[in-house]
Design a protein around this ligand. Structure first.
Ligand SMILES: Nc1ncnc2c1ncn2[C@@H]1O[C@H](COP(=O)(O)OP(=O)(O)OP(=O)(O)O)[C@@H](O)[C@H]1O
Length: 235
């Protein structure tokens, strides 16, 4: 679904990405871990068009993405959430959901049904007529996830979805992310410092360090890799 080759990005004198290669097969979850500043968010920003990569290639199901604007990447089927959720504060939750369906070939009733379905999935249906600004930061993260899902994406990029989310909501979120590939036919790139969730959810994991991939593999491989233990886990 997603293929990244030799992706490089520099900010002035800082080489933030030093040639990243990765593949996310259809209906799988790629976990991304790494120390602060290792380039995880920069990589997501290059994939969804916030930053223009200096070199390399990014393809979604064979479609090249580099050089496309954020809205064009979204229209090709990539949804994105942020460390600090970007929901429309002065809109109700239903209005937030509807904005994400602009251009969808669906009636108002169909759009409302889909909005309600996803708000229910994230446990916020009862608050559908509340303004987003009335919700906690953790709840806003759930709204953001629900909002990207109503656009029926082929791939979603989740940046620290569990940070600032209380344990009960986090458990619900883990269950929800786990079923997204199979039930909704969507691949996931999951950036998180929460190793337990990453190990539990990911089909494949990459460990980033100073803009490069330090190691990769399944949870067992990554957990036991001496370079990861030394560089990332510090133990
Ligand atoms: N717009 C920017 N301008 C200059 N430097 C930037 C910019 N964005 C990121 N960087 C730098 O690039 C490096 C990688 O940052 P990035 O945010 O991608 O790391 P990260 O792995 O997501 O970190 P964290 O876990 O703290 O979110 C850091 O040194 C950061 O300061």
């Amino acid at each position: 679904m997603l293929a990244v080759r030799d992706l490089k990005k520099r900010f002035g004198g800082l080489q933030a990405l030093r040639g990243i290669d990765l593949d996310v097969p259809d209906r799988t979850i790629l976990g991304v871990i790494g120390m602060n500043g290792s380039g995880k968010t920069t990589m997501l920003n290059c994939i969804n068009g916030i930053y223009r990569a200096d070199s390399g290639s990014i393809q979604l199901a064979g479609e090249p993405l580099i050089g496309r604007e954020v809205h064009q990447v979204a229209a090709l089927g990539i949804g994105r959430t942020f460390q600090v959720p970007r929901v429309f504060q002065r809109m109700t939750l239903m209005e937030n959901m509807d904005v994400a369906q602009v251009g969808a070939r669906a009636s108002e009733a169909e759009r409302d049904d889909l909005s309600a379905y996803w708000l229910d999935k994230v446990g916020l249906l009862r608050l559908r007529h509340n303004y987003a600004e009335e919700l906690s930061g953790g709840q806003q993260k759930l709204v953001e996830l629900a909002r990207i899902m109503v656009a029926k994406p082929r791939l979603i990029l989740l940046d620290e979805p569990f940070a600032g989310v209380n344990p009960e909501l986090a458990r619900m979120l883990i269950g929800l992310i786990a079923e997204i590939p199979v039930e909704h036919g969507c691949s996931v790139v999951l950036v998180s410092h929460d190793l337990t969730s990453i190990y539990q959810l990911s089909h494949h994991i990459i460990v980033m360090n100073e803009g490069a991939i330090l190691t990769q593999g399944n949870a067992d491989t990554v957990r036991s890799d001496p370079a990861v233990i030394e560089a990332y886990l510090g133990a």
